[in-house]
Structure formats: C-alpha cells, structure tokens
Design a protein around this ligand. Structure first.
Ligand SMILES: [Zn+2]
Length: 374
C-alpha cells in the first residue's frame, strides 16, 4: 500500500535531520540529497521545515564545487539541552549537555544518597533547579533529566533493586522521580557510561565497558547495542571473582574485582585522595607502588576474564581510569601475561570520554530520544 504523502514528508524530514547529524565535516545540499536518496525539491522543503524549527542551519563554510561555491549545512547543537545527574554515595554530579553530548555545565554537590533515597530525596529537585539557574540553562530547551544510580534498577526503571555500594535494597524511586518536574529516566551508572562511550566512539565494534568508580560495574555493547541479559543485570563486572577468598566486597562476598580495583580501596588503605596517591606513586612511595601494582594485577585478571568470554574490546572508564594512562603499557603487559588467546593487548583501551562520563551517559538518553523523534 502506498504511504500517505504527509507520512512520507515526516519520514524524509527525520531522514534529512539524522543523516546531517551523522555527517562529520562539510556537507552541501547536493551531497545531503544524495546521501538521503531524495530529490532536491524534497530536500528544500524539509530543510525549510528544519530551519524554521531551529534544528538545522548553514555552517558558515563554503566550498567550491567546480562552478559556484556551495554552502555547508549542519545541525544546531544547542537547539536542545539535556541534563544528566549521577548519584554517588556522598554526592550528586550534574552535567548539562547539548545535542552533540558536549558538556555545557558541570557541578558536584554533596548529597547523602543512601539516607535520602531511603527517606525523602526531594531535595534533589531543589539542587537541580539551582544548577539550572546558576548556569542559565533554558527550561524551554530542556529535554529531560537522566539519572544514574550505582545499583541494579528494575526493568521498568521505577525501583532500585540492589545497590551494594550504597547499602540499599529494594527502594522505590517514585519520590525521586516526582521531585523533578521534567521528564526523567533512571538507569544503572555503568550502563549509562557504556552508552556514552559507544556514542562518542561512533563504533559498532563489540565492547565491554568497565566503569571504575567507587562501585565497579559496566556494560556490554554488541554492534553498538546494549546486551541487557535476561534480567537487565549484564555487565556487573565488579563482582567477577579475581581472588577466591580475597578481600571483602560490598556485596558480602570475597575476592570481587570491585574489592580490588575500586578507588575506595586506596582511600580506605591510606586515607588519601587519588591525586595524592598517584603523586606518591610518581615519587616512588614504596607502599603506594605496591598497592597500585596489586590493583593493576587484579584488574588484568578481570580484563582477561571479560575478554576471554566476549572476544571484544575492553574499555576502562570512570573517574579512576582518568589516572591510568601512564600505567596502560604495564597493565597491558599484565594482561598479556595471563591471556593465552590473544597476540597483543590492543583490545584494552581507555575511555574516549575522559571526564564525567556517567552523568553524560545519563544525559544521552534524552538526546538520543530527541534525535530519533525529529
Ligand atoms: Zn562483590
């Protein structure tokens, strides 16, 4: 059956917008029409609509196409904004991002997540409003607020089933949702970060993302899509056993990757922050060096287990990974020493999103939703 003309028009407009969004670099009208597989008159009609909506504009760039110069086109990055809110044990980290997931504003505010989620989390609404005011984020442009929690979220995203690092279990999230007067979406922190990593890399390679924050988690992406598992709990790499009978983990068991590779271990052992710790390692503090070596060796076991099962890239992210660049060659050596199946450890990489990936991943939900709804 033939589609009605209006539907075809909408389909073309979405096609034009998404195609232009995916273009990196110069794109003329002629090139865009060719990429979209539509005629020039149809393109003009759709471009007019998109420009009227403020979603597409001339990029200001001109290139010669043999005869006269052609003007470049681009999507308007700040036509909308999305906010990501990442909840940790002691703070809430907020980021505002444009449609390209570029950071517009960032702020960390102290917040007792465990107590508030158990009781009354409504203060989060006030914290968010202050953030929006302080950075002059337009409510008109605001698509929504994505929220991440370091724990397992129910499939309908309304309940926190288990959060060992927060010491929480089976907590309804409706009060949190209702304290925010914008569309909200709640997800696991590692999952959100994995989405952000995949989005920024623009790669459809299979990837296991390992989030090294106080809670250690992650996500599995196959050909760009999240592998969720049967109950949405895939990618909980923090609780892979890397040392049977080893250090106590927040989940109550012993020897988990999280117990060895969470930055909390450093804080608990020496009472110093990461900055001080890595400065000490650089100055050859022997106790600090010994702990880092132990962390990297156990991290290598975890990475090998992930790679052995998935045969994918393994990407290290989260705020701990921001300090690991100088130690990546050593970590790869440890990985190779324990991996009989791979000829090099190039599959192990650091995140392409060096800062605030969890909050950015939370913001990404509404950006994606918008791009696919134009
Ligand atoms: Zn555990």
């Amino acid at each position: 059956m033939k589609k009605p003309a209006a539907d075809q028009q909408i389909a073309s407009k979405s096609n034009v917008y998404r195609t232009l969004y995916d273009v990196r670099g110069f794109c003329s009208k002629q090139e865009l029409a060719k990429k979209c597989g539509i005629s020039m008159p149809t393109l003009y009609q759709n471009l007019n609509d998109l420009m009227e909506q403020g979603l597409v504009c001339y990029s200001g760039e001109e290139r010669s196409t043999g005869g006269r110069k052609a003007q470049g086109l681009g999507t308007v990055s700040d036509a909308r904004v999305s906010v990501g809110l990442s909840m940790t044990e002691k703070s809430v980290r907020m980021v505002a991002a444009d449609l390209r997931l570029q950071e517009l504003a960032y702020q960390t505010v102290p917040f007792d997540t465990c107590t508030k989620l158990r009781g009354d989390p409504s203060e989060i609404g006030e914290i968010l409003e202050r953030f929006l005011n302080e950075f002059d984020i337009s409510r008109k442009k605001l698509l929504g607020v994505g929220i991440t929690i370091p724990g397992i979220i129910s499939p309908d995203h309304t309940r926190l089933l288990l959060a060992p690092t927060l010491g929480l279990e089976n907590i309804p999230l409706n009060k949190l949702i209702h304290s925010i007067p914008y569309p909200t979406y709640i997800d696991n922190d590692g999952t959100s970060s994995g989405h952000a990593e995949g989005f920024v890399r623009r790669s459809f390679r299979n990837m296991a993302y390992l989030s090294l924050e106080n809670g250690v988690g992650g996500a599995v992406l196959t050909e760009g899509r999240l592998y969720e598992g049967n109950s949405g709990r895939s990618g909980e790499f923090g609780h892979i056993c890397v040392e049977p009978g080893g250090l106590r983990c927040s989940c109550g068991r012993n020897g988990c990757l999280e117990a060895y590779c969470s930055p909390l271990r450093i804080e608990k052992t020496f009472g110093v922050d990461l900055e001080t710790f890595f400065q000490g390692v650089e100055n050859h503090n022997p106790e600090y060096e010994a702990l880092l070596s132990d962390i990297l060796r156990h991290l290598a076991i975890g990475v090998n287990n992930m790679h052995t099962v998935l045969d994918s890239d393994v990407v290290l992210g989260g705020f701990f990974s921001e300090y690991l660049q100088p130690y990546l060659p050593l970590l790869r050596q440890y990985v190779m020493a324990g991996n009989p199946l791979s000829s090099d450890a190039g599959f192990l990489q650091l995140s392409a999103v060096p800062h605030h990936i969890t909050a950015l991943g939370a913001a990404l939900y509404f950006i994606r939703d918008f791009i696919f709804s134009v």
